[in-house]
Design a protein around this ligand. Sequence first.
Ligand code: SAM
Length: 210
Amino acid sequence: MFRAMIRKVPGAYRIARILGLVPRRADSRSFLLDMLPPKSVGVEIGVHKGDFSKSMLDVVRPKELHLIDPWKHEASTTYKDAWYGGQANGQAEMDERYRHVCARFEREIRRGQVTVHRACSAAALGGFPDEYFDWVYIDGNHLYEYVKADLELALAKTRPGGFIAGDDYTDGGWWQGGVKKAVDEFAAAQAVQLVAIRNDQFVFRKGPVA
Ligand SMILES: C[S@@+](CC[C@H](N)C(=O)[O-])C[C@H]1O[C@@H](n2cnc3c(N)ncnc32)[C@H](O)[C@@H]1O
């Protein structure tokens, strides 16, 4: 509630984090990483600079981690407050972020643990066989239609008993609550078990759970 309120005031969320009034991102998501099984096959949709990917590798120690992001700059006003829109210095910065992620995980890429897919989620995730993943983490385009599509695709690509989770389950934001709306509809319509909504994260298990 407090988090949703301060998100509406520009700059307030960052100040609240510095003052310790809301948990740091890494801490706020650690409960989720603790749920994911070691030696699993997982995917992160929306990678940015790879900070959460690094936590996934360190905590979960997956057998395979697929990182999906087009690193494409969005110039339209819809995205003026997005990290990959008005908050980035054009396509050059997106290209730099992609290079940074490839360099950051060079060792893991070389040994076949990490694969970077520079593509949008529909194309990249859609190319995997059904039920391929033990877990899918959704943090890509936060607009309603994209989250809805990511959730539906994630359901097909996750094995029964696997996890479908994601970030920014909040009201407001530049995405105008699109994540929350899509997630609430998904919870009502699909054969999934809601495991947690906590620290802006949502976590489902695909049924039937073993
Ligand atoms: C919020 S950031 C991801 C943050 C990252 N998960 C983390 O926690 O460090 C959102 C990312 O989604 C990416 N993105 C935008 N549209 C996408 C799409 N259609 N498919 C996959 N990723 C997308 C953006 O390029 C951006 O890097």
